[in-house]
Ligand binder design. Structure first.
Ligand SMILES: [Fe+2]
Length: 239
């Protein structure tokens, strides 16, 4: 049997029942939690999608998210520590939305943000830059999804943290090699699975990728642990 990986954190997973389409039911979320336990994760950050144009309010989102987490932990108490965040889509002017900072990972100032796919408008980039200056620490989600030229602009111009979907470093493609280099160069703060659904093999490639990162995986684990040092874990519903 392979040695367990120490302190392994999945910083990006859609695993709260009914909070978004990642876990459409409690039974799917319980199955996801079992997969996380079997994978040997020490912690998971649940990051349901937050689309400002679809939510009624930040309060309504947080109530739904926290209720889903409590229900999940009541049904499946065993497993990795569960932290609560959101994956917030950057839209023009998002920095002006009331309550944005309440979407940070509970107990921290870390805000997981995703940029639109298929090209970033100038206003989206400016919004991201303004968010970075407003007292939260932006963690850019799944950097492996974006054009490298766009990322390199951000590396130069903004002080952000970066999360990568771990499987992106597998393979021989130019992008895989580029992102392996990013991990080795300590430019990545967190690995994520971006888990949706409960396919039995969901964490297989994730674990292979983390092992492939070798020493880089230890650096990412240390960085992730530091980011979560003040985070408040979710708890089950009170009976
Ligand atoms: Fe996601």
């Amino acid at each position: 049997m392979r040695r367990a990986l120490e302190g392994l954190v999945d910083f990006h997973a859609h695993c709260l029942p009914g909070a978004d389409h990642g876990a459409p039911s409690l039974s799917v979320a319980v199955a996801q939690r079992r997969l996380m336990k079997e994978a040997g994760l020490s912690a998971v950050v649940a990051t349901p999608h937050f689309y400002s144009h679809k939510e009624v309010s930040v309060d309504a989102f947080l109530t739904r998210r926290d209720g889903a987490a409590a229900a999940l932990l009541s049904a499946a108490p065993e497993g990795p520590a569960l932290y609560l965040g959101a994956e917030v889509l950057v839209t023009p002017g998002l920095d002006e939305m009331e309550g944005l900072s309440r979407l940070c990972i509970k107990g921290t100032d870390i805000l997981l943000l995703e940029m639109p796919l298929g090209g970033w408008s100038r206003e989206c980039v400016r919004t991201l830059e303004r968010i970075a200056k407003m007292g939260v620490t932006p963690l850019l989600a799944h950097i492996d999804r974006y054009p490298i030229t766009d990322l390199e602009y951000l590396f130069e111009s903004s002080r952000l943290l970066y999360q990568i979907n771990a499987v992106a470093i597998l393979g021989l493609s130019y992008r895989a090699r580029y992102f392996r280099h990013m991990v080795r160069a300590e430019a990545v703060a967190a690995f994520g699975s971006d888990l949706h659904g409960a396919h039995p093999a969901a964490y297989r490639a994730f674990l292979r990728a983390v092992r492939r990162a070798r020493a880089g995986a230890l650096t990412v684990a240390a960085h992730s642990a530091e980011l979560l040092s003040r985070a408040i874990p979710a708890t089950p519903s009170e009976e």
